[in-house]
Design a protein around this ligand. Structure first.
Ligand SMILES: Cc1ncc(COP(=O)(O)O)c(C=O)c1O
Length: 442
């Protein structure tokens, strides 16, 4: 039996065997280097094997490797909760931990239901999301994620839910020939909210910056301020999915902090542990935690590994490193350089139609620059581009189907926030070579 025959493949592509990593670099079994231009799935915010986080994990594993949440409190998790709450700002006073972004979103949905239940509105059981959204791969999450391709193979298992239109500025510009789409996006948000079944809706779950299925859709100024107002008017909670955008990625601790509006619940995962431990959670605002704790005393929702001390130690150490090394500021600074570089590449390209992003979370959308229209889906531009970049030793993250759930080619470029200026230059050089390689192949 070969060494990999027992593992159910998760991709039909043949993948290199990763053997070693350091900072933004990963090496395969043949010694080839890859610059991680996507932080894996926009998760490994501190790059590979950060010595301080690795040491913290090792120390914790030697001190207390497990303590179950119904039997003990533990120091790392209590410290992590305080840190997260402080970073979220004065409107927040609690955090709960699980093991992934999917679990954290499900927890947030449950908390939103309980919030209305204790207020005497148990009929609020529905959740609204945006088109072009991704919230995870559990059954509840594929049901609510806005892109149909995530649930396509499981259609009989999921039911439809209501959506509002994503703030897709580029497509409004191209498809509707509207030069200034920002007011249109705000108007549509208002209209879409007005049409919802408010009486039965508990919350809107929305990525602050659209990621896996939207390639860094950054909502315009005023968007979340309006969303806050609409949620209050229609008695819905705002759950911010910051699984990708949180923890320095956008040049703030959390993406929502770019706007003057505060969510009720903030979902995080990925970067909270530098990407090294299965860790996710929900930051809970006082306005939700107060009535909930008053009415119920506790919220029973959790898993075997919730509040795991090793995961929490990774989280505490990652936050310490981000603070000490000013990585939030670094993400903003390096992000500006990365964005400028990608826009420069766009100017000479025969296949880029939009470059958008914030901090170190950038999306590059492909299509015909003359019209802005997408390439035919069956040409498979995105996987070909991802392969062309990999051939040049660069990892980028595919983000397909943005236009209508099926067509639309794009990638996310989102390197670890520890990236240096020289490494940004190298990333851009490899990106450009990957693009030329594909454009030359026609
Ligand atoms: C915005 C967003 N939410 C939730 C998830 C799901 O997180 P996980 O894969 O940790 O379950 C992802 C994963 O990519 C994500 O990008």
């Amino acid at each position: 039996m070969s060494s990999d025959s027992a593992l159910m493949p998760s991709s039909t592509r043949s993948l290199p065997l990763a053997t070693r990593g350091r900072g933004v670099w990963i090496w395969d079994e043949n010694g080839k280097d890859y610059l991680d231009g996507s932080s894996g799935p926009v998760a490994v915010n501190l790059g590979e094997c950060h010595p301080d986080v690795v040491a913290a994990i090792a120390r914790q594993a030697e001190t207390l490797s497990f303590a179950h949440r119904i039997q003990f409190r533990n120091e790392p998790v209590e410290r992590l909760a305080s840190e997260v709450v402080e970073l979220l700002g004065p409107d927040f006073d609690r955090a709960m931990f699980v093991n992934s972004g999917s679990e954290a979103n499900e927890l947030a949905l449950k908390l939103a239901f309980l919030h209305w239940d204790v207020k005497g509105m148990p009929e609020k059981t529905k959740f609204v999301t945006t088109t072009n959204s991704y919230h995870g791969s559990t059954l509840a999450n594929i049901q609510i994620s806005g892109q149909p391709r995530y649930s396509a193979a499981f259609r009989p298992l999921v039911t439809a839910n209501e959506r509002v239109r994503a703030p897709y500025l580029h497509r409004i510009r191209v498809d509707e020939c509207i030069a200034d789409p920002e007011p249109v996006v705000l108007e549509r948000l208002r209209d879409d909210f007005a049409a919802l079944d408010h009486e039965h809706t508990a919350a809107i779950l929305i990525e602050t910056v659209g990621g896996a299925s939207a390639a860094a859709l950054v909502p315009p100024p005023g968007y979340f301020e309006l969303l806050r107002e609409l949620c209050d008017t229609y008695r819905m909670l705002w759950i911010a999915d910051e699984v990708m955008a949180g923890f320095a990625r956008t040049g703030r601790w959390f993406g929502f902090q770019h706007w003057r509006a505060t969510p009720d619940l903030v979902v995080f995962a990925k970067g909270v542990s530098g990407g090294y431990a299965p860790l996710g959670g929900v930051g809970i605002s006082r306005r939700v935690s107060g009535p909930l704790l008053h009415a119920r005393g506790a919220v029973t929702a959790g898993h075997t590994y919730s509040n795991n001390p090793i995961g929490a130690a990774a989280g505490v150490a990652s936050i310490e490193v981000m603070r000490r090394d000013r990585l939030v500021e670094a993400a903003a600074e390096h992000g500006a350089t990365l964005g400028e570089g990608l826009r420069r590449i766009q100017r000479d390209s025969a296949s880029i139609v939009d470059v958008r992003g914030i901090g170190l979370m950038w999306g590059v959308e492909f299509g015909d620059p003359a019209t802005g229209k997408p390439f035919p889906t069956d040409e498979g531009f995105t996987p070909c581009f991802v392969d062309a970049c990999a051939a040049e030793g660069l990892l980028v993250y595919p983000s397909r189907g943005g236009v209508d759930g099926v067509s639309g080619d794009a990638v996310l470029v989102s390197p670890p926030v520890v990236i240096s200026s020289d490494e940004i230059a190298e990333l851009l050089a490899r990106f450009e070579r990957g693009l030329r390689r594909l454009e030359a192949a026609g």
